[in-house]
Ligand binder design. Structure first.
Ligand SMILES: Cc1cc2nc3c(=O)[nH]c(=O)nc-3n(C[C@H](O)[C@H](O)[C@H](O)COP(=O)(O)OP(=O)(O)OC[C@H]3O[C@@H](n4cnc5c(N)ncnc54)[C@H](O)[C@@H]3O)c2cc1C
Length: 531
């Protein structure tokens, strides 16, 4: 029958049959739009399905399995690593946007994956709570995507990553089977019943047990990562007699199943917070002052290097001429006024500050202090010429005490390849966002990008013992680094986990597990703006 009908029409008909009208889209405009996320990658899908309920997700997965068509789950599509696009059906889950329940006593909220982070926080704020993570994309990103990438952001120095808040997930597996993923004790009848229904979990347990030593030894000395399955958390859980099933899916980038509900732990809104802005005359002091401030429990800690301050324009943001680094710090717990005074009077004088520290508790004036940090990326975009800040080395993380050395390395790398760059990021975690400007459509510039990326990867992984992604994920752009990040044995264990859940390799192929070079799917850049 397939031979007698064009495959696209056959796919459309089968999906429409099971999903009903108005859910399947195959027009040129839609396929072009959904061939992109916020990365430079471009992968044209065969169809877009807009799921309106869990049953639509199940039906889509079943049809795609029957027809051997890949499926890429998608939320808002702000992935910076090409993880929200794919060659088969893009399964959009934004309409699963219900706030299902909120239990203030337990501080647990249950939401659909399509709920916008800002809408969740607006809902929680009226009840005195919040989900404290704040990615730069906080206006657009959705909870399903945050789970997919294990997102974090400005406040991760205190509040960690999405994985630290997920207490349960409802996930539809590749064959359409639903599981409620949460911590399960291995000696419980619940585990027996779960494994009887979903035998792959026992296979995964065995894989993790078998490779336990390698998994524990592969951990890099960094505060966070978004580089594949969190086998470490599973190994740790198993050692305590618990299988943390949800941990397996957080950060899995849509490669193990489609999330249809998320249970999140939320926190009370802090009563007030204090913002401090300081400028250092010596970049070398950055690591030391960060080391002095971390024990005080900051809730944000952002740095911008001197070269990047030149790019935003020093005068426009009152940046002192002598400053080689800017540090923005916030505190939201305890006597924040007293902590701020301690920083200003005791810690600040130990360093060559470019001017006295700014301290602000008023929200409007705090926003003014954040302006230079927030203006950085837009300023990079406004620079004249064809070179743009495409993301291909934008999310490394290194041990916190090596950040100044790493920033100096990035500075030298930028100069070596004859360009300028934004170097900024969540310094309290050791996470730098590095955006050198190049024109990948110019063959000579493209060769420079390749050479820079090779040097960058070697330095991050070998010299600094860091990881290629702290929060944006391996996706397509960094998938080739999976094995170098964790070593052959652990990468193979991740491949075994993937095969156990998705034996036909239909869930988000090309993401996390791929040897394709990072630029292979880049396209259409002339008409696009980096994000
Ligand atoms: C300007 C900008 C700033 C950013 N700043 C930050 C930052 O500070 N910190 C940070 O961590 N990230 C940041 N990001 C990256 C990105 O916004 C986050 O990872 C975000 O959480 C992705 O959410 P999304 O809804 O757009 O997900 P998408 O891009 O749609 O998807 C992300 C991943 O999750 C998977 N996924 C989506 N929905 C589901 C589902 N229902 N089931 C299973 N898998 C699913 C997708 O397959 C994909 O692998 C930034 C992005 C931009 C464009």
């Amino acid at each position: 029958m397939v031979d007698s009908v064009k495959p696209e029409r056959f796919l459309a008909e089968r999906l429409a049959e099971r999903l009903g009208p108005g859910r399947v889209f195959m027009d040129e405009t839609t396929l072009h739009e959904y061939a992109m996320d916020a990365s430079p990658c471009y992968v044209r899908p065969r169809a877009l399905v807009r799921a309106r309920c869990e049953a639509d997700v199940v039906a889509t997965l079943r049809v795609c399995r029957e027809l051997r068509v890949p499926v890429t789950p998608r939320a808002a599509g702000t992935s910076l690593s090409g993880a929200a696009i794919g060659p088969g059906v893009v399964l959009e889950t934004t309409a699963l946007a219900e706030i299902v329940s909120f239990d203030p006593a337990a501080s647990i909220v249950r939401v659909g994956p399509g709920v916008l982070l800002r809408e969740l926080n607006a809902f929680l704020a009226t009840r005195g709570f919040r989900f404290p993570l704040e990615p730069g994309s906080l206006e657009w990103c959705r909870i399903g995507g945050m789970v997919g990438h294990n997102a974090s952001g400005y406040r991760s120095v205190k509040y960690g990553q999405t994985k630290d808040y997920v207490v349960g997930l409802r996930v539809i597996l590749a064959e359409g089977e639903a599981i409620d993923a949460a911590d399960v004790r291995l000696d419980s009848t619940e585990w027996e019943a779960l494994v009887a229904r979903v035998p792959v979990l026992e296979a995964v347990r065995r894989t993790v047990e078998e490779h336990r030593d390698a998994i524990l030894a592969s951990r890099r000395p960094v505060r966070k990562h978004a580089c594949g399955y969190d086998l470490w958390a599973v190994a740790e859980g198993l050692a305590r007699g618990v299988f943390p099933v949800a941990s397996l899916f957080v950060g899995s980038e849509g490669t193990l199943g489609v999330v249809t509900q998320v249970a999140l732990r939320v926190l009370p809104v802090p009563s007030r917070h204090m913002t401090l802005l300081l400028f250092l005359d010596r970049l070398e002091d950055l690591g030391r002052i960060v080391g002095d401030l971390l024990p005080l429990g900051p809730s944000a800690m952002e740095a911008v290097d001197g070269g990047s301050l030149d790019l935003v324009g020093r005068d426009a943001f009152r940046v002192p001429a002598s400053a080689r680094a800017m540090l923005l710090v916030e505190f939201d717990e305890g006597d924040v006024g007293e902590i701020a005074r301690h920083v200003a009077n005791e810690i600040g004088p130990r360093y060559a500050l470019s001017r006295p520290i700014d301290l602000e508790s008023d929200p409007e004036r705090q926003a003014v202090l954040w302006r230079a940090r927030r203006a950085l990326f837009p300023s990079l975009l406004k620079r004249p010429g064809r070179r743009r800040p495409w993301g291909f080395v934008e999310d490394p993380i290194v041990p916190v005490d090596r950040v100044p050395e790493f920033v100096a390395f990035l500075d030298a790398l930028t100069q070596k390849y004859g360009t300028v760059a934004g170097i900024y990021g969540h310094v309290g975690d050791g996470n730098t966002h590095y955006r050198p400007l190049f024109d990948p459509t110019d063959p000579e510039d493209f060769e420079r990008m390749r050479a820079l990326r090779n040097e960058f990867d070697d330095a991050v992984l070998d010299r600094f013992r860091g990881a290629p992604s702290a929060e944006h994920g391996l996706g397509r752009i960094r998938a080739e680094l999976l094995e170098r990040t964790w070593g052959r044995e652990v990468a193979d264990a991740m491949r075994d986990v993937k095969r156990a859940f998705d034996s036909d390799g239909l869930l988000n192929p090309g993401v996390l597990f791929s040897d394709a070079p990072w630029w292979e799917t880049w396209a259409g850049l002339e008409a696009r703006t980096p994000m």
